[in-house]
Design a protein around this ligand. Structure first.
Ligand SMILES: [Zn+2]
Ligand SMILES: [Zn+2]
Length: 172
């Protein structure tokens, strides 16, 4: 591992543990699991990413969400992304969250509830509360948290809910 800062020790330790497990369980060699770690993901939608660009692999983690959620809770995201790395090395071509990926998650002991990291989306909202706006319609089935620009666009053009036909309003 290179080009990393040491400020998230719990996350880095977790990655080491996953590495050891991947070497043992999937017979991958250590160098194939070498990966750069960046904490520069800044997205109101994405919790983490596994990226391969020009043959260089990296994890991109969202520092704001780590701070909002706490490192320990963020480990679900780390396991999720690490499983993508294992699938990439072991199978190369496989559906992003297909059966190979699910099997890796299973062997990593990830709880099935963490396969979709929706439980962490509340931290995304917390971390980016200044960049998000909530809107709702009359039927209340549609209560949406959107980026401010998108929400404002919908409000400005008086967009209507497809279910109840009422205009969206901002929720305070
Ligand atoms: Zn994924
Ligand atoms: Zn509605």
């Amino acid at each position: 591992m290179s080009k990393k800062k040491d400020n998230f020790k719990i996350i880095e330790d977790h990655i080491w543990k996953l590495k050891e497990k991947a070497i043992k369980e999937f017979h991958l060699d250590e160098t194939s699991l070498d990966i750069d770690i960046y904490y520069n993901l800044n997205s109101i939608r994405v919790l983490g990413m596994f990226v391969v660009k020009d043959g260089v692999k990296s994890f991109r983690f969202n520092k704001k969400v780590i701070v909002a959620a706490g490192e320990k809770k963020y480990l679900d995201v780390v396991t999720h992304e690490f499983a993508h790395l294992v699938v990439y090395e072991k199978y190369f071509q496989a559906a992003p969250h297909g059966k190979e990926w699910q099997k890796v998650m299973q062997i990593f002991g990830a709880a099935e509830t963490s396969y979709k990291t929706t439980s962490l989306s509340k931290y995304l909202k917390k971390a980016y509360s200044d960049k998000l706006k909530k809107i709702k319609c009359k039927c209340h089935k549609g209560k949406y948290t959107l980026g401010i620009v998108k929400a404002d666009n919908l409000l400005k053009r008086n967009a209507k809910c497809v279910k109840c036909g009422s205009k969206f309003k901002e929720v305070h």
